[in-house]
Design a protein around this ligand. Structure first.
Ligand SMILES: *Cc1c(COP(=O)(O)O)cnc(C)c1O
Length: 438
């Protein structure tokens, strides 16, 4: 096979294995090679000059683009249903570059408030210092969202599954509001992955990933990606930087140079180039391996999560479980609409007896790993209020839905009976030590 496999011809699982790759014409290597190189030889001076003006195809320098990263980018773009992608050094870099490609000093962003702790800190501290104001809104309060939009707004941002309270974004509604105001909808799809949800199918314009999580899948590498749906019309009063001609582009605009890929081209050649949050080709290669088994892993993650959530929800030592795929969950209907195959494998629960019992429970676990990550093939657990979300004030914690007794768990791929046994022995110890239960 020498063809470049594309979603136009093949289905999801096939694209996850072949998308974006043409076997190397020189070596015919079946696996994607790691192009561990900084730079690329030009044919001649005219060729060099044309590449620098974005006229014609070819690589210049791996801070902008690298052939291993290109395979990851094209594969991810196809899996999410987009036209292009830019792989970067981390999920944080993806959110930063994705949003600052749209908004600069004096501009505003409207973001739902149930967010990954790092994103919340980025928006409320660093973006503010850059002169970009983020308005945090309740993702369920569409009126509040509309009222937060003004002339300076450049994007609506949400997570498809909010962290850590698992708020499911009503993407159809959010994209309808965004588009009515001439704004792109930007969706962090890290917790869901394109296996469980493709935000572009519901109107999202830009999709963000921390590939560190399920896409890498094995807790080995930090990385991120920005995916462009290619549907947003930048020819709109709010985005003159996309239609303005630039000397660096041979007096053309990003829309003229890259057409439907204007956004991802601007992200790569401006902030990607200038900030330098480059993904290494080796990490890129590991994410490619991750994509190849993503669908098989996600389906098993979800199966295990269902079993553990159900078990905890019936447990006498457990106060509550928040997993939207459970029948009694307040988001069950939204979960069925957007996540018919399960709302991922990260969920939260509260142990009877509150914070002190929760601490003993976590300290008594033997198999489950107590650490700050999600989406590993191993089961992970953490107490967000004292760790990932500890930079938030009490009011911000409340707004983000992080209570003191809340424990977040990311269910892995171990035999689910071993996961249950470890949870059970730790629950028993925590209840005995504190004496809150007989
Ligand atoms: C982890 C994570 C990020 C940040 O990604 P890094 O790769 O850690 O920089 C952003 N959003 C979500 C939802 C995440 O889980």
């Amino acid at each position: 096979m020498t063809k470049n496999v594309h979603t136009k011809d093949f289905r999801f699982n096939t694209v996850a294995l072949h998308g974006g790759q043409k076997p190397d014409p020189n070596t015919r290597s079946r696996a994607v090679p790691i192009f561990q190189t900084t730079s690329y030889v030009f044919d001649d001076t005219d060729h060099a000059a044309s590449l620098f003006k974005m006229q014609g195809e070819g690589y210049i320098y791996s801070r902008n683009a690298n052939p291993t990263n290109t395979v990851l980018e094209e594969r991810l773009a196809q899996l999410e249903g987009g036209v292009g992608a830019f792989a970067v050094a981390s999920g944080q870099a993806a959110v930063t570059i994705g949003l600052l490609t749209l908004a600069k000093v004096g501009d505003e962003i409207v973001a739902t408030s149930a967010l990954y702790g790092g994103t919340y800190a980025l928006f409320s501290e660093t973006f503010r210092n850059f002169g970009v104001t983020v308005h945090f809104v309740d993702g369920r309060n569409f009126k509040e969202i509309e009222q937060s939009i003004n002339k300076k707004t450049k994007a609506i941002f949400t997570e498809s599954i909010g962290n850590p309270n698992l708020e499911i974004a009503d993407l159809e509604k959010l994209s309808e509001i965004a588009h009515r105001h001439g704004l792109p909808l930007v969706v962090d799809n890290t917790f869901a992955t394109p296996v469980l949800l493709r935000p572009i199918d519901y109107g999202a314009d830009i999709v963000i990933h921390s590939t560190t999580k399920f896409i890498g899948g094995h807790g080995t590498s930090i990385g991120g990606a920005i995916i462009d749906a290619g549907k947003f019309s930048w020819d709109n009063d709010r985005f003159p930087d996309f239609t303005k001609s630039k000397p660096t582009l041979n007096h053309r605009s990003f829309v003229e140079v890259a057409n439907e890929k204007a956004f991802i081209a601007k992200a790569r050649f401006e902030l990607g180039h200038d900030l330098g949050a480059t993904l290494s080709p080796f990490n890129s290669w590991l994410f490619i391996q991750g994509l190849e088994s993503l669908s098989v892993r996600m389906n098993q993650h979800v199966k295990n999560a269902q079993v553990v959530a159900q078990y905890l929800s019936k447990h006498e030592l457990v106060e509550w479980v928040n997993y939207p795929s459970l029948l009694n969950n307040s988001q069950y209907e939204l979960a069925m609409k957007y996540f018919p195959n399960g709302v991922g494998s990260i969920f939260t629960f509260g142990i009877k007896g509150g914070l002190e019992v929760a601490k003993i429970f976590i300290n008594s676990l033997k198999l489950l790993s107590h650490l700050a990550n999600v989406g590993d093939s191993k089961t992970l657990i953490i107490h967000p209020a004292s760790t990932t979300h500890s930079r938030l004030s009490p009011e911000q914690l409340l707004q983000a839905g992080v209570t003191q007794e809340l424990i977040r768990i990311s269910i892995g791929l171990e035999d689910v009976r071993d996961i249950l046994a470890d949870i059970e022995q730790a629950l028993q110890i925590s209840s005995r030590v504190t004496g809150t239960h007989k």
